[in-house]
Ligand binder design. Sequence first.
Ligand code: SF4
Length: 248
Amino acid sequence: MIEIQINGKTCTCEPGEFLLKVAARNGIYIPTLCHHEGVGEQGCCRLCLAEVVERGRSRIVVSCVFPVEKPIEVYTDSERVRENRAVVLMLLKERAPESEEIARLCEEYQAIDGSRFKALDNEKCIMCGLCARACQSLGTGAIATVGRGTGKKVSTPYDEPSKDCVGCLSCARICPTGAIPYKQDEKERRIWDRSFTLVRCESCGEIIGTREELLLAAERGGREPDTLCASCRQKQMADVLAHTYGLE
Ligand code: SF4
């Protein structure tokens, strides 16, 4: 175990544990856009900067990919961190001027001077790749980062509707800047230029997913596709148990 100080608070961690994780476990907030438990670290948005002081020397690190190997002092909101974070935010704002979340953070960190760079039109994506990693981790891999420079974007192969997409919305829900548009009405969901029929719970009528995502989950689980939502399934299970043990 290693003992470190974060903003004056003593925290313990395993050697090699990433600083962002140690801070979060100890209730210390460090802003981040591209980090999500379950889809790995990547240090892409670079918002989670922290100041690390070691033997009297200070440096700025990206906390989600900074492994703690020895006792250090860490400051997550020092003047130096705030200044660097403001610069990162200015760049992110140029990349994604339409993102409300980035606008909010810019205000919080007083990141206002973005005039050095030309803003991209109608753009919310900061190219963190979280959506593609989420899709990949589901085993669908329907979207990926393509292109270079300002032409870089997340898309389906050849910008065509992907047969691998099951319309699960994981990509849209995980996106920190709301950059992936989708539409949904009573019967249908539209995302990445494809339409998916929605399936409702046989008991309560709640939407439980698209036909394709239920089929995929069933195939992976080696069972029939769900016809009930999670709470109706639980209730059904409780009823069966009560009936079996004569508890009704
Ligand atoms: S909606 Fe399609 S692209 Fe998005 S995560 Fe689900 S399968 Fe992947």
